[in-house]
Design a binder for this molecule. Structure first.
Ligand SMILES: Nc1ncnc2c1ncn2[C@@H]1O[C@H](COP(=O)(O)OP(=O)(O)OP(=O)(O)O)[C@@H](O)[C@H]1O
Ligand SMILES: [Mg+2]
Length: 507
């Protein structure tokens, strides 16, 4: 006897349709799984066996063969348990085979027959809708997430027995309401109001947030660099629905999605500096997204930037440039999106007090520090700002800037960009390619003179020139100017000049 059930596996970030076929025939009792299954899938046998018995059904005392098609596709994870169990129960006549044609099923089983939440429900729901399947049965905790996909009858179930009742038409759980799924923002995010002084750094943070630019803060210990970076989310624009869906899908697949439905806030990822290159950009024998992808549409904050291992920093080049990273394993390539804002914080030298005479570093220390920060990575950072010690007067002053006011300015500048980039792949000024730059950076007559000067002196790469223009566009947007004026270009160049100083201070 034969039964078929639709389910999905996640390949990188893509859902792939898998048909679980079961053949049950007379012979010595055996239970085999074929079809390029990984260890977690092969372990399904024991879970499914126990779950079926503990749910009050009989396990066929026959030769049971499970095939997962297509056989060339690598199947990973425990999400196939429910499909395999349903197929076995269909062969045993406990659920009608026609009902199983209407649904795809996805979930991990516990030994007692309970259904456990597993990763990637949103991607699976998208896959089911694309494959034209009418309904999807998922673990109850993941139902709100799966229900974000339109046109799919999503049913959340908590036990195998409940699934059989649903398939027999005995109990139909009400469809979850996707609106209720949006996780409310936490009551209080860290606010810029806590910061004393640093008006220039807050202005730089504003430009970074307004245009989505990469930012590096350099300064002595204890002046508020980490504090400022952690307040960046409070001035960022909210996620659009499309962005929120992309973030939810990635976080769900990576298993870091703690909420129930749509992710409501821009990601802010701050990995420790001992992170490996593959944990940062993605990798593993089964490619999984790294911190760079978890920060997609949000912020990747590298605190103590100069302490990160060089291979990890080098690995960031492609994601920073292309907004995605390609991980090749065997003959397959997984593509992970990585459109994040890079925010780095560093001391100007290992002792933290450069330049001389306060600096106590020896030449080797300085050279190592300069090597870590120099070159290609710095060239991809648009804004570099020195964070000075706030003066005693500043520390004594009452709070000057609230995040809400800054956020208003950021939102106004972003609105101009949404209008500008309508119908293109860009979402903010930092995403402009050469063609968009030509079209949208409308330089005033004398505005490019300072740029040509600096370029002629060899202080700017061609990439650096384009990046300067993008920042100038954002400064003009914040000022409400249609054209990019000379003062905007000069200000943008100022932020890059400082880039040379960060390395220069240590070199
Ligand atoms: N400008 C400031 N306004 C108010 N509090 C500040 C300011 N600067 C520092 N502090 C206080 O000092 C603490 C340490 O600051 P923070 O961790 O941001 O320093 P840092 O520049 O990141 O130092 P390091 O280079 O050692 O990492 C903050 O949590 C805050 O309490
Ligand atoms: Mg710090």
């Amino acid at each position: 006897m034969l039964a078929r059930v639709s389910t999905f596996t996640i390949d990188g970030l893509e859902p792939r349709h898998v048909t679980v076929e079961i053949d049950v025939r007379l012979g010595l009792p055996a239970f085999t799984i074929v079809g390029l299954a990984d260890r977690a899938v092969r372990e399904s046998r024991d879970r499914v066996h126990a779950a079926i018995l503990n749910s009050g059904f009989e396990f066929p005392q026959k030769r049971v063969t499970v095939n997962m098609a297509p056989a060339w596709l690598r199947k990973t994870g425990p999400g196939f348990d429910l499909a395999i169990a349903c197929a076995i129960l269909a062969v045993g006549g406990h659920v009608p085979a026609e009902a199983l044609e209407r649904y795809a099923v996805f979930g991990e089983l516990g030994l007692g027959g309970e259904i456990r939440a597993c990763r990637g429900a949103l991607a699976v729901a998208e896959g089911a809708a694309c494959a034209g399947i009418a309904g999807l049965i998922v673990p109850r905790e993941r139902a709100l997430e799966a229900a974000l996909v339109d046109g799919l009858d999503v049913v959340g179930a908590s036990s195998l027995r409940q699934v059989t009742e649903i398939l027999r038409g005995e109990e139909v759980a009400p469809a979850p309401e996707p609106q209720a799924a949006v996780v409310p923002a936490p009551a209080r995010q860290p606010d810029l109001v806590d910061v004393r002084g640093h008006a220039n750094v807050i202005e730089t943070l504003t430009i970074a947030a307004a245009g989505g630019h990469n930012l590096l803060m350099s300064g002595p210990p204890g002046v508020g660099k980490t504090m400022l970076a952690r307040r960046l989310p409070s001035i960022l624009p909210p996620l659009s629905k499309t962005e929120a869906l992309e973030v939810t899908r990635i976080h769900s697949i990576a298993g870091v999605h703690r909420g129930l439905g749509l992710v409501g806030e821009r990601p802010f990822r701050a990995p420790h500096h001992l992170i490996s290159a593959s944990a940062l950009v993605g990798g593993g024998s089964v490619p999984a997204p790294g911190e760079a992808s978890l920060a997609h549409h949000g912020v990747l904050f590298l605190d103590e930037l100069s302490e990160f291992p060089r291979p990890a920093l080098e690995a960031l080049r492609q994601p920073l440039e292309d907004g995605r990273v390609a991980i090749v394993r065997g003959q397959r390539t997984a593509i992970f999106p990585t459109r994040f804002m890079l925010v780095g914080a560093t001391n100007p030298c290992p002792c933290g007090h450069a330049p001389a005479p306060r600096c106590r570093c020896n030449e080797n220390d300085l050279a190592r520090h300069a090597r870590r920060l120099s070159g290609p990575l710095l060239d991809r950072i648009d804004l570099v700002v020195h964070v000075q010690r706030p003066s005693a007067e500043h520390l004594a002053q009452p709070p000057a800037t609230r995040s809400e006011a800054v956020r208003e300015r950021v939102l106004a500048a972003r609105r101009r960009q949404v209008h500008r980039f309508d119908g293109t792949a860009a979402l903010c000024n930092a995403h402009m390619d050469a063609q968009l730059l030509r079209r949208h950076v409308d330089l005033d007559e004398d505005a490019d003179i300072p740029l040509v000067d600096v370029y002629r002196r060899g202080e700017l790469s061609a990439r650096g020139r384009d990046r300067t223009l993008r920042v100038a566009r954002t400064i003009a947007d914040l000022a409400g100017e249609q054209r990019v004026l000379r003062e905007h270009v000069v200000a943008a160049l100022g932020y890059r000049h400082e880039a040379a100083d960060v390395v220069g201070a240590a070199a």
